[in-house]
Design a protein around this ligand. Sequence first.
Ligand code: ADP
Ligand code: DP6
Length: 335
Amino acid sequence: MKASAISHSNIALIKYWGRQEDGGRGMNLPLNDNVSMTKEGISGGSKLMSHTTVEFSRSYEMDSMVLEGRELTGRELERVRLVVDPLRTKAGVEEHFRIGSRNDFPTAAGLASSAAGFSALAIAASSALGLDLSREELSTWARLGSGSAVRSLHGGFVYWHKGSSHETSFAEKVCQGAPFPLNAVIAIVNEGRKGVSSDVGHEHAHTSPFNSIRTELSQKEALLVRDAILDNDLRTVGSIAERNSKYMHAVMMTSDLPLYYWQGETLKVIRSVHAMRDRGLEVYFTIDAGPNVHCLCRPEDALEVQKELEGGEHVLRTIIARPAEDPHTIDEHLF
Ligand code: ADP
Ligand code: DP6
């Protein structure tokens, strides 16, 4: 009863921020449908990937997990159990688990390590338990660990139906990368752990006066972006994604736990994106719960965008990412 899996992180083009009230903290039901690109790093030495090994055995006296050499405790281990427990029950297994996981990129820095991690966890755990589940169903189990993980169960471009129950809140593939050639050049301005996790941040979204309008607009924009991806329309995808990211940060900054994920360097990158666009280079930005900036552009423009961003002293390094393949099990175990 041992299996390993890899899964990539994803970047939201339409954001998930705040949870449905009756979905509580346990179910991670989003307020609006949302859309993302599952991303594979192709430069900078990072594939933006988690590698997870899960083993169930009678020889383990308790559940445990090591992430990046660190034994998880408290809420972090509880989130892992939220995914594994229902799968273990489904399989009729009572043994405890031992899990090891590694991210090949910074954890908790706004690059969605939780998305890659919980997606890899759901795949490895279900495989170790001998369950044969569809990607859609697996996405619902990954969601219990981290909302955005639901979207990493597919490669390419992905649509998360908000749903209104555990079964109806799942991820569906829009398309693999080819119909919509897109790269994200990630400008890393800080690799440190963020001060307030998204997990906590979501709980405060409803206290912002802008929360309901963000939700309403995002629901419409999710559909527009899905259509624009299928139409290979970068201008529409990019401009809506950029605007949608700003709506989310407006909610974050105006909630009763004010969250300022941007740093001075973040704003400098935003200005560079505007300057490149003024010069006729088609590039748009989006920012998650952290100071780093994803710059969306055509693959043929990625090196020029990278060069421009790396020219600024405020940028520590960049990673170019493209749409990733589907996550899958692998033979190499971590222990
Ligand atoms: P990020 O932007 O990196 O997703 P979050 O604060 O939302 O930041 O999530 C980070 C948390 O996600 C970690 O503290 C850990 O609890 C969990 N996490 C990250 N990577 C993994 C992994 N590979 N497996 C399981 N859990 C993970
Ligand atoms: C800002 O999925 O990290 O990246 O459900 O608590 O794990 P949990 O939150 P998480 O939230 C990510 C929010 C975001 C936007 C997005 O990815 O849609």
